[in-house]
Design a binder for this molecule. Structure first.
Ligand code: ATP
Ligand code: MG
Length: 415
């Protein structure tokens, strides 16, 4: 088979890598639970419509990045490019309005057809949280504090910066939209084709264009913050006061936008300079208009998602998995005893490795290879006495222990 290799932009994760991923995911879940979040698992594919409606026809994701296919029943389905749409769909189809406010955590693979590079894949993983049904800035404060605590728990607190902006309410954005369109129209000839199209359909999206020419035009564009009305300013001030109160530091970044209509008020990103071009590790915002726009009961929401691969790349050493003990039969007679003892240890909750074959030297090498803490040596002499020799592989200390006490002894040392 010519194609016996992973698809471009996808990766096999081997145990060393899955340990790092799991550390990121379990840290996120644990911290989210401290804030009262429970886990939701939605399908990894949805009707294409679910993403078109939530992400908008003009977004990069919808226009260029979705894995969309017709299934055998000719339904148009899409592998999820992000998590919020599925959660919002689940909220609506599951009739979860009665349970508001809802705090949901999710994790799992996402799919986007992008140009693969360091920290950017076609199948990647996210952890994320959504808070539904909270209209006040208190919700925004908690969500950002949760993000900061999560990154702190990973040991990355000093290496990331929180960038923060307000998009204001619908009235403020409508006012800004007019100002922006007037400005961009004056520079139409310098904009990319994509952005000229966005100028007609969704001008705010020009602001997060990655095209260099667009960026130059955008650099001098009027600021959204100058169009905020009093209510929007008050909301933002309460958010900032809340973050100050809980000690979360931020940089105000008036250029940070999310160019979709249902985004409002808070937009934020945690960025790092340690990953080159892929510097955003966590991004989120408030989306009060989204669920209504999807056809559900108008419900406010705020959420964020973090890229597991990018965070895993930043992690230094993570805790070792439980170090096993290595059971080492010396000679034929000990084989059967070794198997029984190994199973007893595992049944008692002690991680135990039994090399499948080989002489003493080979087995000792294997014990080192699996980073064993103790070798349980079963030689003919010991066996004749109904005992085993326990050798601490770090200190070299040895002692003889009756076979029926080995498990108990190793459980003590496990603690
Ligand atoms: P970028 O600007 O890097 O394309 P984005 O705005 O598309 O990011 P979001 O949709 O906000 O990203 O997703 C949240 C997080 O998921 C990102 O900050 C990033 O850490 C991660 N992420 C997004 N796309 C990818 C990808 N293709 N590969 C790996 N991680 C990704
Ligand atoms: Mg992207």
């Amino acid at each position: 088979m010519a194609k016996l290799q992973p698809v471009r932009g996808t990766k096999d994760l081997l145990p060393e890598e899955t340990r790092r991923h799991r550390h990121v995911e379990e840290t996120a879940r644990r911290v989210a639970e401290l804030y009262g979040f429970g886990e939701i698992v939605t399908p990894i594919f949805e009707f294409t419509e679910v993403f078109k409606r939530t992400l908008g026809d003009t977004s990069d994701i919808v226009t260029k990045e979705m894995y969309t296919f017709a299934d055998r029943g000719d339904e148009s389905l899409t592998l999820r490019p992000e998590g919020t749409a599925g959660v919002a769909r689940a909220f609506i189809s599951g009739g979860l309005q009665q349970q508001l406010p809802l705090k949901l955590f999710y994790r799992g693979p996402m799919f986007r057809y992008e140009r693969p590079q360091k920290g950017r894949q076609r199948q990647f993983h996210q952890v994320g949280v959504e808070l539904l049904g909270v209209e006040t800035p208190q919700g925004d404060v908690e969500m950002i504090a949760l993000a900061a605590q999560f990154l702190g728990a990973l040991g990355l607190g000093e290496r990331v910066t929180l960038e923060l902006n307000s998009l204001g309410d619908a009235e403020s954005r409508a006012a800004y939209r007019d100002t922006l369109v007037a400005y961009l129209s004056g520079h139409r000839d310098k904009l990319s084709e994509d952005s000229r199209e966005r100028l007609e359909r969704n001008p705010l999206r020009v602001l997060d264009s990655k095209d260099e020419g667009d960026k130059r035009v955008v650099a001098d564009a009027p600021l959204l913050s100058d169009s905020l009305n009093a209510a929007s300013k008050a909301f933002f001030d309460q958010l900032l006061a809340g973050l100050d109160a809980v000690g979360v530091a931020y940089n105000l970044n008036p250029r940070l936008v999310r160019g979709l209509d249902y985004y409002c008020h808070t937009a934020f990103e945690f960025t790092t300079t340690d990953l080159g071009a892929q510097g955003t590790v966590l991004a989120g915002g408030r989306y009060d208009g989204l669920i209504g726009q999807m056809g559900g009961p108008p419900t406010s929401g705020i959420g964020w998602a973090a890229g597991v691969e990018r965070l895993a790349l930043m992690l230094a050493d993570i805790p070792d998995p439980a170090r096993p003990v290595a059971v080492i039969p010396v000679g034929e007679a000990a084989q059967g005893v070794a198997l029984t003892l190994t199973q007893q240890l595992r049944a008692a909750g002690v991680a135990a490795d039994l090399g499948f074959s080989g002489n003493l030297k080979k087995r000792m090498k294997r014990a080192n290879g699996v980073n064993a803490r103790i070798a349980v040596m079963l030689g003919d002499d010991e066996l004749a006495r109904g005992a085993a020799t326990l050798r601490d592989l770090d200190s070299g200390e040895q002692s003889e222990v009756p076979l029926d006490q080995v498990a108990a002894r190793l459980m003590e040392k496990d603690a």
